[in-house]
Design a protein around this ligand. Structure first.
Ligand code: G6P
Length: 467
């Protein structure tokens, strides 16, 4: 797979890369390219910038691609042994660090940091070391390395030891836990995570709130930030891409199909998420049920279009959550549905064109996470919306810092309040809705992915080095 032979000037490191592979029935490999802020951000520096993306093998198809030596230019996939990756990704990153930062543990059952956790932690260290070594090998003298997210918190410190000449940044796409919650981690692990991150010259967060929480953790568990600088970069929606992509033929087809499912003259409450515990889909359905219960006038007149795409299905807790989402949607449909009206239209197969179709049609968007680094759905809907869309938004989403004024704010745990906000959103007059949507769209696109990326790169290269 592509290697720069020590010549890369800008390196990005993340668990999930920009491309993945599947083995077809005839043995050929099919490449699937991902989207997202990093992909469009990195493309902003152009093909001649000497950029290399180091990521992990995530599937059998990826492993096969590495074995056959095929791959994209500018992408190097690390073939970390499958069991090491499983421990690091499922065990530590997604079951411990994700849970800590999103405050998802349910005492008295969780967390338990036992010998199995220690074994998995050793894999997390090995996984981070594999990245640090690959980056050290690929980076040109003085290159900029941008490490991403909670999977790779130890990389900056490890890489700093291997290559003191590099400029190293780390960006967190998640919230950061407050110190009282972070303190749940065993002391030595908490310190190791912070020391790993503080190996960077610069740490980036999506909001000031998460940056402050990180700083507070460093004050409690380390000797403060030392010389590492902190920056806040609130990733925005990619307006140009979304506006043109949402006008393509496949989106028009999905609109026609969705209209069929919704039925003539009905309002739509839309949500689009990975089936992720922190997204709070179950309480969203409970709030919708409460609305139908408390306000019978909405029966037959509204449909909840809920897209809950598969995520992290290796973890039992995610599989159980997916099953609960399905069960509750069915229960609502059985209890309230009539021959001509299905109150909840639930789709679980990932389909980006259909998401855009729903954004275009939405009267109300429901974004009610328990905690969320940013939440780009809240930013994308106002950009794509056709007739204006009222936004019901959790105060715990990072996006709330930028969109709170024109959204209807909810406490994500309070389903009665959420039901009332849904009612208020559904009854908002068309002019007010359109005006708010316009302001939301402006706020949501204030920092497009290309600028978000360049801003970080500039600050890393031209700001003072931490050492
Ligand atoms: C969050 C994380 C990303 C991650 C994504 C999807 O947004 O911040 O790092 O890639 O979830 O999760 P997955 O486990 O499928 O990569």
């Amino acid at each position: 797979m592509a290697s720069s032979n020590g010549a890369a000037q800008v390196l990005v490191a993340s668990n999930r890369g920009p491309v993945s592979y599947a083995v077809e029935d005839d043995g050929s490999l099919r490449a699937k390219r991902g989207g997202g802020g990093l992909v469009s951000g990195l493309s902003a520096i152009g093909p001649d910038a000497g950029a290399l993306w180091v990521c992990s093998v995530l599937s059998d198809g990826d492993r096969e691609a590495v074995r056959r030596g095929v791959g994209e230019d500018g992408v190097r996939m690390l073939d970390v042994p499958a069991d090491v990756h499983a421990d690091a990704y499922n065990g530590i990153a997604n079951s411990v660090l994700w849970f800590v930062h999103h405050m998802l543990y349910q005492t008295p059952l969780e967390p338990v940091f036992d010998a199995e956790f220690r074994r998995q932690w050793a894999s997390y260290e090995a996984y981070n070391r594999a990245f640090a070594e690959a980056l050290a090998e690929e980076a040109a003298r003085g290159a900029a390395v941008l490490v991403q997210d909670y999977h790779l918190t130890l990389v900056p410190g490890m890489l700093r030891e291997l290559r003191p000449d590099l400029r190293i940044a780390h960006f967190s796409h998640t919230p950061w836990a407050p110190p009282e919650y972070f303190a749940m981690l065993p002391d030595d692990i908490a310190r190791q995570v912070l020391r790993g991150m503080l190996g960077a010259d610069r740490l980036g967060f999506l909001t000031q709130r998460w940056a402050d929480a990180f700083t507070a953790c460093c004050e409690r568990f380390a000797d403060g930030l030392g010389r590492t600088r902190i920056g806040v970069h609130g990733l925005g929606a990619d307006a140009d891409f979304l506006r043109s992509r949402s006008r393509e033929a496949d989106v028009e087809e999905r609109i026609a199909a969705l209209r069929e499912e919704i039925g003539e003259g009905r309002r739509t409450i839309v949500r689009v998420d990975r089936t992720e515990l922190s997204k709070n889909i179950v309480r969203g359905l409970l709030a919708y049920r409460q609305l139908l219960d408390e306000r019978p006038e909405w029966r037959e007149r509204v449909v909840h279009v809920a897209f809950a795409y598969p995520s992290r299905q290796d973890l039992a807790v995610y599989r159980d959550y997916t099953a609960e989402v399905r069960r509750l949607a069915e229960e609502i449909n059985e209890r309230y549905g009539t021959p001509g009206w299905r109150p909840v239209v639930l789709h679980v197969r990932d389909d980006f064109a259909r998401s855009l179709a729903a954004y275009r049609l939405a009267d109300v968007a429901l974004v009610n996470p328990i905690r969320d680094g940013m939440n780009l759905v809240a930013k994308e809907v106002p950009v794509v919306s056709e007739a204006g869309c009222a936004l019901v938004l959790s105060r715990e989403a990072g996006a709330h810092e930028e969109l709170g004024e024109d959204a209807l704010t909810v406490n994500p745990y309070d389903v009665v309040e959420t039901a009332r906000a849904l009612h208020e959103a559904l009854t908002m007059g068309p002019d007010e809705r359109a005006e708010r949507t316009e302001r939301l769209a402006a706020a949501a696109t204030a920092l497009p992915p290309a600028r978000w990326f360049l801003e970080q790169l500039e600050a890393l290269l031209h700001g003072p080095a931490s050492r």
